[in-house]
Design a protein around this ligand. Structure first.
Ligand code: NAI
Ligand code: MG
Length: 497
């Protein structure tokens, strides 16, 4: 033995990556058209004045298509179509028929799952492994789950008679373009509402393909309308006097502006906003399991996840060892082509988001934090950022408190449970948290004190359509999924005893 184990490991790693042959998912299953219109009243149409915006492929920077940019007049037309559909067909359609249509949509989505997964990865940059195994199946699961409720909504809220609200405006972000569309439209439709949906400007294509399936499934025209565009289109929809509810997922800043727009109007509002979730790892936790959970919690979808575990609070006794294992683990993550089936971390969604992430990390470095990322180079085109661990934090740094929305983990330590709770709650957000310990009583004690809509124990990022999801504090209000989520789309009045 002449070489040290450490050099062996490094050589091993180099060989492993040098010999690598990518396993690319074919793009041919997807036919991206040069241009896309708005989907209003069951028909595709150009925006007023022919306005368009481009959508690109973040992994290459290549232009994919020009997409119609809806003006306030186009939003008017979509809201009017949704109102007509509500009053003439959807509101009074028996629940079992609504169920059948939503069920059919879920089946069509399953039939074309590969096409949706490839398109999602091309337009948004996420690894095909995730769009194939998570985004698309979970979208179908939400449709199936809510199809099952459509003829039972009168029992959704015990003791209450329930009616639909009317027309709902739904504005969704770019991190889970198809999944957020499904999360939003499934409960709205099951409860008898009609929809105007606004996808995010960097990722409109899967929502537009979903609109084609909605038509194919046989939904009456106007039940789901899709208006593409950027913030101005979103603001025109959120502020429209003809809608009865706004459901928004996105940044806390925009959520706040929508709340101001709706104040005093009596219109309903649910907000699913940012987060700064903490993993709390105690010294009795199964460390390798925690490492996998932490890696999944922050590097899943490049960290573009509202409930990402973007902070790690490690108990002092194991902090050093945990950090060593994490640093070794990120060396093994493959960063690159989203359509490669072995890719762990894909492309950052946009140049603007990449820049935001860079500024956060540069600031942390300037603040004296230690920055670790894998030693291998990034792809030489497209928008990429390496999986990054920031340690040596005091806690006052911006990176310890604000949402980066990128593959960046901020690490701090703690001694006692009380200190862990205080640190985990030292943010204005409250969406998710994770507790890692062998002790059941400690899990319960912690989960009662952590201010978060979801607390996972010895796991992270687990989703189910039957389980309500949402935040507290500046992460928003309202729930999506489960019975609680249905309530957000219903007008309820007490049933006389
Ligand atoms: P954003 O909040 O601007 O975008 C989300 C959606 O809102 C998009 O469809 C957008 O077109 C729409 N929108 C923008 N301005 C609007 C307005 N005034 N009225 C109505 N709709 C409007 O998010 P952005 O700028 O793309 O990302 C910035 C930061 O926001 C990220 O770095 C991240 O921290 C956070 N974010 C959080 C998300 C989450 O799920 N928690 C999702 C997206 C962004
Ligand atoms: Mg795009």
């Amino acid at each position: 033995m002449t070489t040290t184990p450490k050099r062996d490991a490094a050589a091993d790693l180099a060989r492993r990556f040098a010999d690598y042959v990518p396993s690319l998912e074919g793009r041919d299953i997807v036919a991206i058209r040069p241009s896309y219109g708005l989907m209003i009243d069951g028909e595709e149409r150009a925006a007023e004045g022919g306005a368009t915006f481009p959508t690109i492929e973040p992994a290459s920077g290549a232009h994919l298509a020009d997409v119609a940019e809806a003006s306030p007049a186009d939003v008017d037309a979509a809201v009017a179509a949704a109102r007509r559909a509500y009053e003439t067909t959807w509101r009074d359609m028996p629940g079992r028929r609504r169920a059948k249509l939503i069920f059919r949509l879920a089946r069509l989505l399953q039939d074309r799952a590969r096409e949706f997964a490839v398109l999602e990865s091309i337009d948004g940059g996420k690894p095909i492994r995730e769009s194939r195994d998570i985004d698309v199946p979970l979208s179908a699961a939400h449709l199936f789950y809510h199809a099952g409720w459509a003829d039972k909504v009168e029992y959704a809220v015990p003791g209450m008679a329930a009616r639909p609200l009317g027309v709902v405006g739904q504005i969704i972000p770019w991190n889970f373009p198809l999944l957020m569309a499904a999360w939003k439209i499934a409960p709205a439709l099951a409860c008898g509402n009609t929809v105007v949906l606004k996808p995010a400007e960097t990722t409109p294509l899967t929502a537009l393909l979903l609109a084609e399936l909605i038509d194919e499934a046989g939904f009456p025209p106007g039940v789901v309308n899709v208006v593409t565009g950027a913030g101005a289109t979103g603001a025109a929809l959120a502020g429209h006097a003809g809608i009865d509810k706004v459901a928004f997922t996105g940044s806390t800043g925009v959520g706040r502006s929508i709340r101001r727009q709706l104040a005093g109007t009596g219109r309903r509002l649910t907000l699913e906003l940012g987060g700064k979730g903490a993993h709390v790892v105690f010294d009795d936790a199964a460390l390798d399991q925690a490492v996998e959970g932490i890696v999944d919690g922050i590097f899943f979808n490049q960290g573009h996840v509202c409930c990402a575990g973007s902070r790690l609070l490690a108990q002092e006794g194991i902090a050093g060892e945990l950090l060593d294992r994490l640093r070794r683990r990120i060396e093994l993550l493959r960063v690159g082509e989203p359509l490669d089936k072995n890719t762990d971390v894909g492309a950052i969604n946009s140049a603007a988001q990449l820049e935001r992430i860079r500024v956060f990390v540069d600031e942390a470095a300037a603040d004296g934090c230690r920055i670790d990322h894998p030693s291998r180079p990034l792809p030489d085109r497209g928008f990429f950022f390496p999986p990054t661990i920031v340690s040596g934090l005091g806690g006052a740094e911006r990176i310890a408190r604000e949402e980066v929305f990128g593959p960046v983990l901020a690490v701090q330590t703690f001694r006692t449970e009380a200190e862990a709770v205080a640190k985990a709650n030292a943010t204005r957000y409250g969406l998710s948290a994770g507790v890692w310990t062998e002790k059941g009583s400690r899990i319960l004690w912690m989960s009662q004190r952590l201010q978060a809509g979801v607390v996972w124990a010895n796991t992270f990022n687990k989703f189910d359509p039957a389980s309500p999801f949402g935040g507290v504090r500046e992460s928003g209000h309202g729930r999506e999924g489960g019975r609680q989520g249905l309530r957000e789309y219903l007008d309820t009045t007490p049933v006389a005893a």
